[in-house]
Structure formats: C-alpha cells, structure tokens
Design a protein around this ligand. Sequence first.
Ligand SMILES: [Zn+2]
Length: 108
Amino acid sequence: MIAWESGAMIDGMSDEFETWLDAFDLMYSALPARGATPCPDCGGTTLHLVFTGDPRSRRAYAQLWCEKCVRGIHVSQTVVPTGVPMNDYRMPREERPHQAPDFVLIQP
Ligand SMILES: [Zn+2]
C-alpha cells in the first residue's frame, strides 16, 4: 500500500477530530436529552452541546466541548432538532442564552 492511501491522509481528518465527531453523533442522537456520552479525552460525562444559527430554518453550527478538559470541536453545518434550544445568531454574543466557554479547539 502506498503511504498516502492510508485513511487519515485520504479523508484529511485527524484521528482526534474523528473521535470527537463520533461523540458529537452520540450526543446529537440523544437530543433533546442531555446525553451521557463520555468525553473522548478524559472520559467524563461532562460534554456540552450548543447550537447557534437561524431559529426559523433550524440551521446552525454546533459547539461541543468538555467542561473538564475545556477542549472541543466546532461543527459548521447542522440542523437543530425541533424542541432543542438554540441561540439566534443575530443576537450579540454576550446576550445569547446558551454560552460556550473559550475552549481549546480541536482541528479537523
Ligand atoms: Zn474531557
């Protein structure tokens, strides 16, 4: 096999980001419940998910982070299921009801 054909090179995503995406999928499927997916880094059930976007179309970006590690990911395009609270992107950042801390962003 040629080196550049190995998985990580082809899809261009880091292994760490992929484990975080898996955690995102699990947290997302648990919605509107909080979900108890363990953090890919520390194993704590301390993950948080915040959506910010347009409440009419329900299109948003998502932030998933761990309260303990203060690390997480940004998912740029997703749809917020009905009944799940989200921020309106037109609102000033500091006034949004759902806040994410300044976490260390894991790059794709
Ligand atoms: Zn953690």
